[in-house]
Design a protein around this ligand. Sequence first.
Ligand SMILES: [Zn+2]
Ligand SMILES: [Zn+2]
Length: 276
Amino acid sequence: MSYTIASDIHTHTLYSRHAYSTIAENIAAARAAGLEVLGSADHFSCMTYPGHDLRNYQFFLNQHAWPRTWDGVTLLRGAEADIVGLSGELFGQDVAANVTIVGNAYRDDRTLYDRVTEGLDYVVASVHNSAFTRDASLAQTTAMYVGALEQRKVLVLGHTGRSGVPFDMDEVLLRAKELGKLIELNDHSLEVDARGRFHGACSAIAERCAELGVQVSVSSDAHLAMYIGRYPHIEQMLEEIHFPEELIANRSRVALLDAMAAAGVCDMHELNNEEA
Ligand SMILES: [Zn+2]
Ligand SMILES: [Zn+2]
């Protein structure tokens, strides 16, 4: 069987510093690939800028400037936030951000994470630097992924098959199912290591999602516009394991927005009001 996957919600722009396309180029690529939805999820991570100055994160703060529909493509505002602690803490949650981008004091006390994600539709939570998990038990790393899933704005656990952190698969997948949240099947993970060390882990996660009835998000994790909406490695894997299409939450715009609302991450009605 072949799959139609009309939304790609894990993509990067050149803001991420090791990616190379603008949001306009990504929209054009999404349109050319026949996508209904493009989700932009740049790194919110120590990877991008040293220090925690809010001025480095203006890219996220001003995304309300983006049209909701651009050349016929629904554009979602997201971030890929690093998981940085064993309770599922995300980058910026332990950082006070009390100075505005023009250097004035904010009247309220809020964290960098809260200010950056306030206007975003969703967060992809991923481990990039796993050093903090090195001495952790399986129970602790499992609690880490569960804790990340339980964060309100987190819609997707990113590339768990590539991050290299072992965890109790059933516990994490069943919690995702309870919350209506998504486990990512990331094409970039297989592209960088096709049939290598990540394939077995990614395939095992996909197979267990199918068995347990857990929704997934198939993503390109494109760092260049030409890869937007392309998931050849994941599609081949899904075909091999006869993955049920109805568990792919991003198969269509309607299915994705329903899943986001059901998970309590972002309600479609709010999107419609903003568009009006
Ligand atoms: Zn990246
Ligand atoms: Zn990414």
